[in-house]
Design a protein around this ligand. Structure first.
Ligand code: HEC
Length: 174
């Protein structure tokens, strides 16, 4: 009985022209937006730099940028413009017996299987205003499925460590 009566009471109070409960849109706006759609063409983007992580990550990585990101880097332009996207790919770092044989000594390491996901920072100062204008995305290195919101919530707090570089750690390697 109560379940039926309450909507009638609300409708009567605001003459059938009620807005949605105020808590709902507020919660939607406050929830951080993440990148859950894989940016297309990223494997063809140009190289910004490479990096190596030890510890639990144990990989070798390439940081790539789309045209807007590369242009901003080369011009030393900060903050990055809307539309700039930076990609981070990573692979296991494997020793290469074949290369070692060619060199005549053990010295060669190469990229092996993809690991630690494919990550993106997508600049859209309005859409991602709550996270410094950057949308963060992480995709599984095998099936390229997007990570869940809990995983993506970790990105922005750490990237805040470099506010003077628009939250981007990687420097351009000439
Ligand atoms: C504990 C700190 C930390 C967390 C958490 C973190 N990052 Fe990073 N990220 C870094 C550092 C440091 C670098 C540069 C060194 C490297 O690439 O290994 C980096 C590099 C990047 C880059 C290349 C551009 C740049 O800023 O150098 C992207 C893209 C990126 N991270 C995306 C993400 C995403 C997406 C997440 C969340 C899933 C995330 N990061 C979580 C510290 C972090």
């Amino acid at each position: 009985m109560r379940r039926i009566l309450i909507p009638f009471a609300v409708a009567a109070l605001c003459g059938g022209a009620c807005a949605a409960p105020t808590s709902e849109p507020a919660a939607t706006n406050a929830a951080p937006a993440f990148v859950t759609e894989l940016p297309s063409g990223y494997r063809d983007w140009r190289l910004i730099s490479v990096a190596r992580e030890e510890g639990e990550l144990q990989d070798v990585r390439a940081i790539l940028g789309n045209d807007l990101a590369i242009e901003a880097y080369r011009a030393g332009k900060l903050p990055f413009p809307d539309g700039a996207i930076i990609a981070r790919l990573a692979w296991s770092l494997d020793s290469s017996e074949e290369n070692d044989r060619a060199f005549g000594r053990a010295q060669s390491f190469v990229a092996g299987a993809p690991k630690n996901g494919v990550q993106f920072m997508v600049k859209d100062s309005r859409k991602y205003a709550a996270t410094g204008g950057w949308g963060f995305g992480h995709f599984d290195e095998n099936d390229l499925r997007p990570a869940d919101a809990a995983t993506l919530a970790s990105c922005f707090p750490c990237h805040q460590a470099v506010p003077d570089r628009d939250l981007v750690f990687t420097l351009y390697s000439r």
